[in-house]
Design a binder for this molecule. Structure first.
Ligand code: COA
Length: 166
């Protein structure tokens, strides 16, 4: 297994990973409807070409992570894994890669938004050094991310932003 920067040719695999990862939520009765569609190839290509996308490669990509800049911090927009390759540290390795990249690029924190009560979401990120942010701790663009998610219907399940200081 290696973590590497994503290439243009990985985009199809990244979309397939997203579909596979979504099954973990469907299995616990969480159906996101249209909001659960994988990002378009065009959207993913933009991350790839900006150098803001990484994959875990096991004879091809089986997990990926993409980041945005939100309020001056590197923000994990998505981290997704084919569950057939779960629980062997690939998610953590991708997140550590993002942390190193963030430090190199002058970001003093990593942020993300996630489901509070899903085992492989907030409790997992807490183990990796993130803490939940209260609503009054949200910086302006992080608040916009949360508001947008609410309009997509994702707040049917408790969601929150998290931050890991670097
Ligand atoms: C979040 C995700 C990337 C973690 O990937 P991973 O490579 O399996 O994680 P790691 O191997 O680094 O860590 C494993 C830990 O994650 C948690 N975890 C992973 N899968 C889990 C599951 N099915 N049930 C409960 N906990 C789980 C546990 O804490 C586990 O530790 P343990 O095996 O010692 O119990 C992956 O679960 C995923 O793609 N999930 C679906 C998409 C998603 O939730 N993305 C984030 C949206 S905000």
């Amino acid at each position: 297994m290696m973590i590497r920067v994503a290439r243009d040719g990985d985009v199809g695999a990244m979309r397939a990973i997203e579909v596979a990862a979504d099954r973990m939520f469907q299995d616990v009765g969480m159906d996101f409807g249209p909001a659960g569609e994988p990002p378009s190839a065009e959207t993913l290509l933009k991350y790839v070409r900006d150098g803001r996308a990484w994959v875990a490669d096991v004879e091809g990509p089986v997990a990926y992570l993409v980041v945005d800049w939100v309020d001056g911090n590197v923000h994990i927009e998505q981290v997704s894994l084919n569950p057939a390759y779960g629980r062997r540290g690939l998610g953590a390795a991708l997140i550590e890669t993002a942390a190193a990249w963030a430090r190199e690029h002058g970001s003093t924190a990593l942020t993300l938004t996630t489901f509070v009560e899903v085992a492989w979401n907030a409790p997992y990120y807490e183990r990796l050094g993130f803490r939940l942010l209260a609503d009054d701790e949200l910086t302006p663009d992080l608040r916009k991310v949360r508001n947008h998610e609410a309009t997509l219907g994702l707040d049917r399940w408790l969601r929150a932003a998290m931050r890991r200081d670097l």
